[in-house]
Ligand binder design. Structure first.
Ligand code: PHE
Length: 403
């Protein structure tokens, strides 16, 4: 059964009737892939941060939050499906794993931050497939202005600046109105202020999409980057939007965003502000940019995965076999007058074993043949049989003496 207490990140918490965190999930909490140097998720985070150089960059907030912080503070209704124990992970009725980075909006605004990014691991119970994983990573971004003439002047200046940057870029934007009957201005907002802020949000994210995807699409007038804005709904923003990018023949959902609900800013003690927020998932974008075919690969400790990447560089993932390997050492004396050349050895191995040899390691003086198929698990008998053939050919054709 369930223990009475569980240890999480150095703390000790009582369990109760709704506890549903599992050891497999809890093991992920300390990994913080978005901060692991050279990890694709870390490079993508850094790339986004570099696009917002004058924003605060936060990345070390605890994943343990109260349901109040994850939902109530953000105006989620009491009966919202996300609260269900079937959808979210609970330590107990008073503590859960954050389901989104928006859970930290109030505390960051309360600290007085006016331009900030926050990257973190988030947790959702979900189906198992190649693009869903119960832990993933989000970047939350927000900017608030003072809700007065000075703040709106700052917003207008930022808009002019961003619009000028976009004007020379190869980008086609399918837009929706900043405000509409189905995507309304908040009752406490001056519609002109809300419009300016929504415009700032759109300009800011259009330039981010160019930064992330413009290297491939958007590289020429014939091949512009296509970005599409869609009306959306979130309990903690209005108006709200989703952004999609047309990439490699498909519209991809990239992020959700909107004008921050005044209730959020009131709770944070900054009622005199008006601003925007967005939240984007890192895995889906990284899978596209790096060509990583399966979301589980991000959690791989296999050096064949990790050693492919360099911090700050987006490179194309080179697939490797997911089947187990089986290595065999071949220890022999080669004749003094006719030493065996490495390439002759390798050709002999290839000739016998074909493509089930992944590599021949030469770190020590004894060659080690690493057998691994690209498409099936090899049996011991099969590998032993092939190894015996390699050895007998070495003796017969190369005149070596097996040790
Ligand atoms: N938190 C939302 C999600 O996870 C995204 C979002 C963030 C939407 C900020 C609006 C504003 O889907």
């Amino acid at each position: 059964g369930l223990p009475e207490h569980i240890e999480i990140l150095g703390g000790r918490y009582p369990t109760d009737a709704i506890t549903n965190v599992t050891p497999a999930i809890l093991n992920k909490l300390s990994l913080r892939l978005h901060t692991q140097p050279a990890h694709p998720l870390s490079t993508l985070r850094a790339l986004i941060e570099a696009h917002y150089p004058d924003f605060a960059h936060l990345s070390s907030l605890s994943p343990l939050v109260t349901p109040y912080k994850n939902f109530d503070e953000l105006s989620f209704p009491k009966d919202h499906p996300g609260r269900a124990v079937t959808d979210s992970y609970y330590v107990n009725k008073d503590l859960m794993l954050r389901t989104h980075t928006s859970a930290h909006e109030v505390e960051v605004f309360r600290k007085g931050e006016t331009k900030w990014l926050l990257t973190a691991d988030v947790y959702r119970r979900d189906e198992i497939d190649g693009s869903h994983y119960p832990v993933f990573h989000q970047v939350e971004g927000a900017r608030v202005f003072s809700a007065d003439a000075a703040g709106m002047k700052e917003c207008q200046e930022s808009n002019a600046d961003l619009a000028q940057k976009l004007a020379t870029e190869n980008i086609v934007i399918e837009d929706v109105p900043h405000i509409s009957p189905t995507n309304p201005v908040q009752p406490t907002h001056d519609p002109r202020h809300s419009e300016l802020v929504a415009k700032n949000l759109k300009l800011s994210l259009n330039t981010l999409m160019l930064k992330l995807f413009g290297g491939v699409a958007g590289s020429s007038a014939q091949n512009p980057l296509k970005v599409r804005w869609i009306e959306a709904y979130f309990p903690f923003t209005s108006p709200s939007f989703e952004v999609e990018v047309f990439f490699q023949g498909k519209w991809l959902e990239i992020l959700g965003c909107g004008v921050v609900r005044q209730a959020t800013l009131d709770t944070a003690g900054v009622s005199n502000k008006i601003g925007w927020a967005f939240g984007l998932g890192l895995e889906r974008i990284a899978m596209i940019l790096y060509g990583i075919p399966d979301i589980r690969l991000f959690w791989s400790m296999d050096p064949r995965f990790l050693s492919q990447f360099e911090q700050g560089k987006i490179t194309t993932f080179r697939p490797y076999s997911k089947y187990p390997s089986c290595f065999k050492d071949v220890s022999f004396w080669s004749p003094k007058d006719k030493p065996l050349h490495e390439n002759d050895f390798c050709d002999l191995v290839r000739d016998v074993a074909g493509d089930i040899v992944e590599d021949v390691q030469k770190a020590s003086n004894i060659p080690r043949i690493n057998y691994r198929s690209m498409d099936r698990s090899l049996s011991n008998e099969e590998v032993n049989g092939i190894q015996a053939q390699v050895v007998s050919r070495l003796k017969d054709q190369m005149g070596v003496e097996i040790r």
